[in-house]
Write a protein that binds this ligand. Structure first.
Ligand SMILES: NC(=O)c1ccc[n+]([C@@H]2O[C@H](COP(=O)([O-])OP(=O)(O)OC[C@H]3O[C@@H](n4cnc5c(N)ncnc54)[C@H](OP(=O)(O)O)[C@@H]3O)[C@@H](O)[C@H]2O)c1
Length: 280
């Protein structure tokens, strides 16, 4: 008998912090689909077995979160160009033939989240400054370059990591020293915090916004808390701000479509359902 129950999930270690089950199951209910999206606690040493088991278990695919995004690269049958450029996979789609394709929707989700708030902004609107040079910075850099960004000032505490990304991605990336950050952000069209500073449990991002243009769009990849001290300071001085929840929601849409066959909508109710899980 054919199995029309659609399964997808998210692999991570730990996994209980992931909000992906909340949002995908919200959409499954909203669109009255027959399926379930499940959290999968997978130890790093079991990742190969877990991924290779997806087709046999009848999964249409899965998301990958910390610490599996890089390791999963070698465990799928094919990779999209975007996943190759980023060097990480956040989404696996199992084809009808059981073959697994790895992609990465994080960077695209980020760009769409900024455009949701400022529809006229494009990555080539003007210089961009990114604080941080980890995995998330890499994903958003690839998406911005794919959409025509001409100048990305990459400001990282460990300068060598910013330099390495400039080597990987070319002349549009301008590595800059952390000590120069207050001046380096002054005239940018978009400023992004891609460090972990300001997350619940971490100190606030240490940066002065005194020189920043009031026209700069200020974004933070963090969504716990929904407004970091950095975003609150930017909003307080009149800048438009974008938090990290939109990135999470927008990266999820194409994955949901690939597995469940419906392109889902991001609605205020969905945002509220996800944010409610952060209240104690
Ligand atoms: N909204 C979303 O959907 C989404 C998706 C992915 C990630 N994120 C968020 O993005 C952020 C970065 O994630 P990631 O995966 O890129 O992490 P990561 O690879 O661990 O990189 C962390 C970055 O933070 C910097 N950093 C750490 N402590 C610092 C400090 N005291 N001062 C200045 N910089 C510091 C690191 O600089 P060094 O190189 O000097 O160590 C590095 O650039 C996290 O807050 C994460 O939650 C959000």
């Amino acid at each position: 008998m054919p199995n029309d129950f659609i399964l997808a999930g998210v692999m991570g270690w730990p996994i209980s912090q992931s909000r992906s089950p909340i949002l995908h199951n919200y959409w499954i209910n909203k669109y009255k689909l027959n399926g379930r999206y499940v959290p999968l606690a997978v130890r790093p040493e079991r990742l190969t077995d877990a991924i290779r088991g997806l087709p046999a278990l009848g999964f249409r695919g899965c998301n990958l979160t910390m610490p599996h995004k890089q390791m999963a690269m070698t465990m799928v049958d094919s990779l999209t160009d975007t996943a190759k450029r980023i060097g990480a996979v956040n989404c696996i789609v199992v084809g009808d033939d059981g073959k697994m394709s790895g992609t990465n929707n994080d960077g695209n989700g980020y760009v769409l989240s900024v455009q949701e708030v400022v529809p006229s902004w494009k990555p080539d609107t003007g210089p961009i400054a990114i604080l941080g040079a980890g995995g998330a910075a890499r994903a958003i850099i690839v998406a911005m370059l794919e959409r025509g960004a001409k100048e990305i000032r990459l400001i990282n505490r460990t300068y060598e990591k910013a330099e390495q990304l400039a080597k990987d991605f070319g002349a549009a990336i301008k590595p800059m020293r952390w000590e120069k950050r207050a001046g380096a952000i002054a005239d940018v069209a978009l400023l992004t915090n891609a460090t972990n500073q300001g997350m619940t449990g971490k100190p606030p991002l240490d940066i002065s916004l005194d020189k920043l243009s009031k026209q700069t769009i200020v974004s933070d990849l963090i969504y716990v808390p929904p407004e970091t001290p950095f975003l609150a300071a930017a909003r307080g001085r009149g800048n438009v701000t974008v938090n990290g929840l939109g990135m999470l929601l927008h990266q999820a849409r194409p994955a949901f479509q690939a597995w469940f066959g419906v392109m889902p909508e991001i609605t205020p109710d969905l945002r509220a359902a996800v944010m409610a899980t952060f209240k104690s």
